[in-house]
Design a binder for this molecule. Structure first.
Ligand SMILES: Cc1cc2nc3c(=O)[nH]c(=O)nc-3n(C[C@H](O)[C@H](O)[C@H](O)COP(=O)(O)OP(=O)(O)OC[C@H]3O[C@@H](n4cnc5c(N)ncnc54)[C@H](O)[C@@H]3O)c2cc1C
Length: 293
């Protein structure tokens, strides 16, 4: 089916208005941001709604990328293109540029938002893996106020998040830690496609040894913990190819891919190992090339 069922359209003028509308209209209402996930679901009758609440006028409130000494705050309405083009964001977190270059195509990237991506919670969605890698937290607002949740608590499973009825995601917060860098590697069947498997890595180092490592995966089962076993195995060690291989093996063991049209579970597990090695190697090389951290 190519046309969504009729819905009543509402346009929120600010965050309070959006939350008020969601509260008043109840279960049959959903906010729409870029529309690149919600509209296809409405056309396929996978989302059966009576009301959509357009939050595109909230770009002034939710379109920011702001930096403080310890944290970057990204508004939920920041578009993929803006994440790709922000020089300052990519200076701290080059993983965003790596991931955004291979998310969909320019048409989708011009409209799709980080908030929509995280709230869609598609297990193959790349920004959830990026935010997991960077140990992000999500700010959720409802009628009763705001709450901040970790990515582990935010992502509840495929297409399910901690954002409840009557609430919206307003901001993503990422800690800035010194002497760190990050990278993202993805295999897709063709340009613009969803991942067969992806792996993001963030590494922090001092005096030539690894202080901490986090790894986030996409398309191979839910992983929102940053795989602590990798951090434990690599902490205090000097980076080497053997170490990257060890981390790759741990990542392969900590994913849960299924066999589908994109490949067999074994193939995806193999990819996770290889992509994790690559992302770790790139992150370490980026730290070594830094002159500012
Ligand atoms: C052809 C194509 C290829 C794609 N390829 C990739 C890819 O390779 N990798 C990838 O990661 N993604 C991919 N995507 C998805 C793309 O990134 C979407 O833009 C993204 O998933 C959803 O963002 P959106 O702003 O369009 O959300 P919408 O479609 O507007 O909303 C999605 C869901 O999130 C909810 N929502 C939106 N904003 C909020 C908010 N602030 N608070 C609470 N709920 C909210 C909506 O109610 C809806 O349920 C692709 C999409 C298309 C169409």
């Amino acid at each position: 089916m190519q046309v969504p069922a009729p819905v009543e359209y509402h346009r929120a003028s600010n965050v309070t208005d959006a939350v008020g509308l969601l509260d008043r209209l109840g279960d049959d209402a959903r906010v729409i941001a870029g529309g690149h996930s919600l509209l296809p679901m409405m056309k396929l009758r996978l989302a059966d709604l009576e009301h959509v609440i357009d939050i595109n006028d909230l770009s002034d409130d939710l379109g920011h990328i702001t930096f403080s000494e310890n944290e970057v705050r990204i508004g939920a309405m920041v578009r993929h293109r803006e994440l790709l083009e922000s020089t300052e964001l990519n200076r701290y977190f080059p993983i965003f540029g790596d991931a955004e270059r291979v998310i969909a195509d320019p048409v989708v990237r011009n409209r799709g938002t980080i908030g929509g991506s995280l709230c869609q919670a598609d297990p193959s969605e790349d920004l959830t893996a990026v935010c997991t890698t960077l140990d992000a937290s999500c700010l959720i607002r409802g009628q009763d106020g705001e709450r901040l949740v970790t990515m582990t608590d935010f992502y509840r499973g495929p297409y399910e998040t901690a954002v409840g009825q009557g609430e919206i995601l307003t901001e993503i917060r990422i800690p800035i830690r010194p002497h760190g860098s990050s990278s993202y590697s993805k295999v897709e069947r063709r340009a613009g496609d969803w991942a067969v498997a992806s792996s993001g890595a963030a590494v922090w180092m001092s005096d030539g040894v690894i202080d901490d490592v986090r790894v986030g995966l996409a398309a191979v089962g839910p992983n929102t913990t940053g795989i602590p076993a990798i951090g434990e195995a690599l902490q205090g060690a000097e980076p080497s190819e053997e170490l990257y291989a060890q981390a790759g093996r741990i990542a392969s063991e900590n994913c849960d891919p299924s066999t589908d049209a994109r490949g067999s579970a074994d193939y995806k597990r193999h990819l996770v190992g290889e992509l994790t090695r690559r992302s770790l190697r790139n992150s370490v090389e980026r730290i070594r090339a830094q002159t500012w951290s």
